[in-house]
Ligand binder design. Structure first.
Ligand SMILES: Nc1ncnc2c1ncn2[C@@H]1O[C@H](COP(=O)(O)OP(=O)(O)OP(=O)(O)O)[C@@H](O)[C@H]1O
Length: 480
C-alpha cells in the first residue's frame, strides 16, 4: 500500500507531499511566496521518477481562489533507500490523477493566429505548450493560414493518430472543424473525435459553456480540459438553406440580437463593448421583426424543462466520474452523417406549431451562455436531443433595458415575453426583406432556412459532463 505522504530532502529545502481525500498538498518551506500548494489531484499533470532517482511533480494550482491556474514544477533527488517508497507514492498520485483516463493524450493542435487580438501563437508558446509538455502529451500543430483551412484539416484528419483536437481560436474554428468532420471519409467516427477549445478569439461561447464563467478565460483550465476532460456527447444541428446542408453547434439568431452580433462589424475597434453599444442602438430603434417560424415542439412547460435539466445533470455527473465514456446515442448511424427526418424534402408534418407574430428577437441553439452577459438558454443540456428555441415577444424599451439585469443568470427565462421551446427542428421564412441571420456567429443569407438536431452527434471534452452554468429559480416575485 502506497504511503499517503512523501518527504523529500531535509533542512530548509525540504519538500513534503501529502495526498488527502482528493487533493495533493505540497509544502516547501524554502518558498516564501507559496510555501503550501494545495490542489485537486485532477490538477496533477505528472508525478514520477526519471533517470533512476529524479522526482518530478508537475501540477496546476491557484495561489488564491480567484487567481488563474499556474503551472508548478517540483523536483528533487530521491536518496537510494527511498526510491521504492517514492515510486509507490508517485504511482498512487498518477492513478488518482488520471483515473479512467489515457496518459499522454496525442493532441492535434489547431491555432488560428488571426483569432481575436491575434495573440494565439504567443499564448500557445507561453501558457499552453508548457502544460502539454508537463503532461508529456505529444502535440502536432497546424497554424491556420486562411479561412476554411481548419475545415480542410478536419476533413482529412487521420483519426487513429490523435486522441483529441485542441483549438486555439474563437468559435469560428470549432464550426469549421465540425463541418470538416461532416465531409470526412468516415464522418461518424470523425464526429467522435473530441474537441477541446482554448479561448483566444473574440467569441468563445464554446469555452464559456464547457469551463463555466469563472474559468472561461483561464487558458490553463482549457489546457487541463484537453488533457483531463472526458469525452462528452453534444447535439449538433443540420442547417438547410437553398439546398445546402451545413452543421451548427451553437446558435442561430434573428432580429435584435442578430443585429447586435452582425450589425456591429463597423464598431469592431471597440472590442467587446461593441455589443453593448449595438444593443443600446437596437433598443432605441425598437424595430419589430417579422418572420414565419414553424417549430417541431417537444416541450413548452418551463417548469418541466427545469426539472428535466436537473435530472439530466445529476445523471451526467454520476456517469462522468466513471472510467467508462459517456452517452452515445443509438439513433446515430454507424457510418455517414445522420439522415434528415424533420426538414428537407421528406420532412414530417406532425407536431409542428407556427408563430407569425412580429417579435423582438429569435434565438435558437445549444449551450446556456451566448456571451458572458447573456445566459439565453439556461436549461440547455449537451445531449438531450433538443434545440432550445426562444422567441422574445416585443415589449417596451424599458422592459428590454431592465431585462439586462439578471440576463447573465438567465432570469429572463421566467418572463412571459420569452416563449421557450424544446424542439426537434424548426423552419424560418423571413417576411421583412432585410435583416441578418447569424448561425454560430457566421453570417448566412437572410433567406428561408431549416434546422434539425442530431442527438449526441458531436464530442467535446469536459471536466463536468454537462454545461457549466448555475441556474436557479428566482424568488417568487421575479418568477411571475
Ligand atoms: N490565417 C488566417 N487568416 C485569416 N483568417 C483566418 C485565418 N485562419 C483562420 N481564419 C478565419 O478566421 C475566422 C475567425 O476565427 P475565430 O473564430 O478563431 O476567431 P474570432 O476572433 O473569435 O472570430 P471573429 O473574427 O469571427 O470574431 C474563421 O472563420 C477562420 O476561417
Amino acid at each position: 500500500m502506497a504511503s499517503p505522504s512523501l518527504a523529500l530532502g531535509d533542512g530548509p529545502n525540504a519538500s513534503r507531499f501529502t495526498i488527502t481525500d482528493n487533493e495533493l498538498v505540497v509544502e516547501r518551506d524554502a518558498d516564501k511566496k507559496w510555501p503550501v500548494i494545495r490542489t485537486l489531484l485532477r490538477n496533477v499533470l505528472w508525478a514520477g521518477i526519471d533517470n533512476g532517482n529524479q522526482l518530478h511533480v508537475s501540477l496546476l494550482a491557484k495561489k488564491k481562489r480567484t487567481s488563474p491556474m499556474a503551472l508548478v514544477h517540483v523536483a528533487g533527488t530521491v536518496p537510494d533507500p527511498d526510491i521504492a517508497t517514492a515510486t509507490a507514492f508517485t504511482d498512487s498520485v498518477m492513478q488518482s490523477a488520471y483515473y479512467g483516463l489515457t496518459l499522454r493524450r496525442r493532441l492535434k493542435v489547431i491555432i488560428n493566429p488571426k483569432s481575436g487580438p491575434g495573440k494565439s501563437a504567443q499564448i500557445f508558446r507561453k501558457k499552453i505548450e508548457p502544460i502539454f509538455r508537463a503532461a508529456r502529451c505529444p502535440v502536432d500543430i497546424t497554424f491556420t493560414e486562411r479561412g476554411r483551412h481548419a475545415q480542410d484539416v478536419a476533413q482529412t484528419l487521420p483519426l487513429d493518430r490523435y486522441d483529441a483536437v485542441v483549438v486555439l481560436s474563437g468559435d469560428g474554428i470549432v464550426y469549421e472543424l465540425l463541418n470538416g468532420f461532416a465531409a470526412h471519409a468516415d464522418p461518424a467516427r470523425a464526429f467522435r473525435m473530441p474537441i477541446a477549445p482554448v479561448p483566444v478569439g473574440s467569441g468563445n461561447g464554446s469555452s464559456l459553456n464547457l469551463l463555466g464563467k469563472a474559468d472561461a478565460k483561464d487558458k490553463a483550465m482549457a489546457a487541463l480540459n484537453a488533457i483531463k476532460g472526458r469525452p462528452m456527447s453534444v447535439d449538433v444541428m443540420s442547417v438547410l438553406q437553398n439546398g445546402q446542408r451545413t452543421f451548427s453547434f451553437m446558435t442561430s439568431c434573428l432580429g435584435l440580437m442578430a443585429n447586435v452580433d452582425l450589425g456591429t462589424e463597423n464598431l469592431r475597434f471597440m472590442g467587446p463593448q461593441r455589443f453593448f453599444v449595438g444593443f443600446l442602438r437596437e433598443v432605441i430603434r425598437h424595430r419589430p421583426y417579422s418572420y414565419r417560424i414553424s417549430i417541431k415542439v417537444a416541450e413548452t412547460d418551463k417548469d418541466k424543462m427545469m426539472q428535466n435539466r436537473e435530472a439530466l445533470r445529476a445523471q451526467a455527473q454520476a456517469l462522468h466520474g466513471s472510467p467508462i465514456s459517456t452517452y452515445s446515442s443509438s439513433t446515430l448511424p454507424e457510418t455517414g452523417v445522420p439522415e434528415l427526418k424533420h426538414i428537407g424534402p421528406d420532412a414530417d408534418r406532425d407536431g409542428w406549431i407556427t408563430f407569425d407574430k412580429s417579435f423582438s428577437y429569435f434565438y435558437a441553439g445549444k449551450g446556456p451562455f451566448v456571451s458572458v452577459d447573456l445566459m439565453q438558454f439556461p436549461v440547455s443540456h449537451p445531449d438531450d436531443g433538443f434545440i432550445d428555441v426562444v422567441i422574445a415577444e416585443r415589449t417596451t424599451r424599458l422592459a428590454l433595458l431592465k431585462a439586462v439585469n439578471g440576463a447573465d443568470r438567465g432570469t429572463q427565462y421566467w418572463t412571459p415575453v420569452q416563449h421557450y421551446f424544446k424542439a426537434y427542428a424548426y423552419r424560418v421564412e423571413p417576411i421583412s426583406p432585410d435583416g441578418y441571420l447569424s448561425i454560430d456567429g457566421e453570417e448566412y443569407p437572410h433567406e428561408p432556412f431549416e434546422v434539425e438536431v442530431h442527438q449526441g452527434l458531436g464530442t467535446f471534452l469536459s471536466m463536468y459532463g454537462h454545461y457549466k452554468n448555475e441556474f436557479r429559480r428566482p424568488p417568487e416575485p421575479e418568477h411571475k
